[in-house]
Design a protein around this ligand. Sequence first.
Ligand code: SF4
Length: 63
Amino acid sequence: MKAKVNKEICIGCGVCVLICPEVFQIKDDGLAHVIVGIIPEKFKSSTIETEKTCFVGAISHEN
Ligand code: SF4
Protein backbone atom coordinates (compact mmCIF):
# COMPACT_ATOMS: atom_id res chain seq x y z
CA MET A 1 0.00 0.00 0.00
CA LYS A 2 1.18 3.52 -0.84
CA ALA A 3 -0.20 6.79 0.50
CA LYS A 4 -0.39 10.14 -1.23
CA VAL A 5 -1.02 13.74 -0.12
CA ASN A 6 -2.62 16.11 -2.59
CA LYS A 7 -0.55 19.28 -2.08
CA GLU A 8 -3.19 21.37 -3.84
CA ILE A 9 -5.63 20.54 -1.04
CA CYS A 10 -3.46 20.04 2.08
CA ILE A 11 -3.53 23.00 4.47
CA GLY A 12 -0.70 21.75 6.68
CA CYS A 13 -2.80 21.32 9.82
CA GLY A 14 -0.58 18.46 10.99
CA VAL A 15 -3.34 16.10 12.10
CA CYS A 16 -2.02 13.28 9.93
CA VAL A 17 1.41 13.69 11.53
CA LEU A 18 -0.13 13.45 15.00
CA ILE A 19 -1.94 10.25 14.04
CA CYS A 20 0.89 8.59 12.12
CA PRO A 21 4.30 10.31 12.33
CA GLU A 22 5.93 7.19 10.91
CA VAL A 23 4.30 7.89 7.55
CA PHE A 24 3.60 11.65 7.41
CA GLN A 25 5.77 14.67 8.09
CA ILE A 26 5.29 18.42 7.66
CA LYS A 27 8.17 19.68 5.52
CA ASP A 28 9.63 23.12 4.80
CA ASP A 29 6.79 23.96 2.43
CA GLY A 30 4.41 23.70 5.41
CA LEU A 31 2.55 20.78 3.88
CA ALA A 32 2.30 17.09 4.74
CA HIS A 33 4.54 14.66 2.89
CA VAL A 34 4.54 10.89 2.83
CA ILE A 35 7.97 9.84 4.05
CA VAL A 36 7.82 6.12 3.26
CA GLY A 37 7.37 4.31 -0.04
CA ILE A 38 5.49 1.13 0.81
CA ILE A 39 3.52 1.54 4.05
CA PRO A 40 4.67 -1.10 6.57
CA GLU A 41 1.91 -3.50 7.62
CA LYS A 42 1.78 -2.16 11.20
CA PHE A 43 1.07 1.40 10.03
CA LYS A 44 -1.61 0.59 7.45
CA SER A 45 -4.59 1.06 9.76
CA SER A 46 -3.33 4.38 11.14
CA THR A 47 -2.63 5.56 7.59
CA ILE A 48 -6.21 4.76 6.64
CA GLU A 49 -7.34 6.58 9.77
CA THR A 50 -5.51 9.73 8.61
CA GLU A 51 -7.33 9.45 5.31
CA LYS A 52 -10.66 9.47 7.14
CA THR A 53 -9.58 12.19 9.57
CA CYS A 54 -8.08 14.71 7.13
CA PHE A 55 -11.04 17.04 6.91
CA VAL A 56 -10.05 18.47 3.53
CA GLY A 57 -9.70 15.00 2.02
CA ALA A 58 -6.08 15.43 0.90
CA ILE A 59 -4.92 11.89 1.71
CA SER A 60 -5.49 8.88 -0.48
CA HIS A 61 -3.91 5.46 -0.89
CA GLU A 62 -3.51 2.74 -3.45
CA ASN A 63 -3.00 -0.94 -2.72
FE1 SF4 B 1 -2.63 18.15 5.19
FE2 SF4 B 1 -4.76 16.63 5.70
FE3 SF4 B 1 -2.42 16.10 6.87
FE4 SF4 B 1 -3.82 18.26 7.58
S1 SF4 B 1 -4.43 16.11 7.87
S2 SF4 B 1 -1.60 18.17 7.18
S3 SF4 B 1 -4.70 18.88 5.64
S4 SF4 B 1 -2.86 15.98 4.67
